[in-house]
Design a binder for this molecule. Structure first.
Ligand code: FES
Length: 292
């Protein structure tokens, strides 16, 4: 049996994990609420919605993994100062990785949430081992150093195993993957209905070839974007319209209906926009920019 199938099957049988996961998600949510209006800004930064425009967590996790490995090699080859420095860099970067990881975890669900819980718990344990190692190195002494190297070696082993689950989350389960990445959208205009089907301020979902499209009329003009939330596939036509913003009904991402831009996460990728035209009482759409 492949390792992925074994781990996947094992986690699927652990129903008790859902209660623990809900508690952790609740704690993350309360932490952001405690920040007040700034919570939304911080959350957008840590998801990667603002500044990056794609998920932050995978981008920052490479730094601690690489630094821990450098530290391991330096320790093994008798370069204690290099080992200590690499470990300090790793622990610093791991703090940002943990914050962004728990932020993404806040909006996971089902099997994905259980895998993410194991991944996060293992990474947190590894962080504790590395931090202990760093403290022992600072304390100094020959015996303390030997123990410190033992802690950081064990920490790296846990990180490597947990990184496997992180890869499974993204490549196997699709956590934070753009749900419009495989959209098959028409590049030529297709008829999607009569103008009267789209009254002012109503969220309407139409099918343009294989692509579900959200059509919204604002100030008389029709706008079109993908009806699929880029975060986890939520149906935007069931969301809420507020001015030119639609809010996803699943986790509250907000997008501009005029161009698909992300205003608030957890989504990080914009919605593909569509060109909409009306003539002779009919509505036609095509994707604004070819997706593939
Ligand atoms: S599916 Fe998560 S915010 Fe839309």
């Amino acid at each position: 049996m492949a390792a992925q199938s074994f781990v996947d099957g094992l986690i699927r049988r652990q129903g008790w994990m859902d209660g623990v996961a809900e508690k952790v998600q609740g704690a993350v949510g309360r932490a952001y609420e405690a920040l007040g209006p700034r919570g939304r800004t911080v959350k957008n930064l840590l998801h990667g919605t603002s500044l990056l425009g794609h998920p932050l967590h995978p981008a920052v996790t490479d730094v601690p993994v690489g630094a821990y490995l450098v530290g391991l090699v330096a320790d093994a080859t008798g370069q204690p100062r290099a080992g200590d420095t690499a470990l300090a860099v790793g622990v610093g970067a791991a703090t940002l990785a943990a914050l962004s990881g728990y932020t993404d975890f806040h909006e996971t669900y089902g099997h994905e949430r259980r895998v993410a819980l194991v991944h996060g718990a293992a990474m947190t344990a590894a962080f504790g081992l590395q931090l202990t190692s760093l403290a022992l190195r600072v304390a100094g002494g020959r015996r303390a150093r030997r123990t410190a190297v033992g802690f950081s070696t064990a920490g790296f082993a846990v990180v490597a195993a947990s990184a496997y689950l992180g890869g499974d989350l993204v490549y196997g389960i699709g956590t934070m993957v753009n749900r419009n990445a495989f959209l098959d959208a028409p590049e030529d205009f297709v008829d999607v209905g009569a103008s009267g089907d789209f009254p002012e301020g109503a969220l309407r979902r139409v099918q343009a070839g294989a692509a579900p499209v959200l059509l919204v009329r604002r100030s008389g003009r029709l706008h079109g974007v993908s009806a699929v939330c880029s975060h986890a596939g939520g149906p935007l036509d069931e969301g809420q319209l507020d001015g030119e913003c639609v809010t996803c009904p699943w986790h509250g991402s907000r997008f501009r209906v005029t161009d698909g831009g992300v205003i608030d996460g957890p989504a990080t990728f914009p919605l593909p926009p569509f060109v909409v035209r009306e003539h002779d009482g009919r509505v036609e759409v095509r994707v604004a920019v070819p997706l593939h």
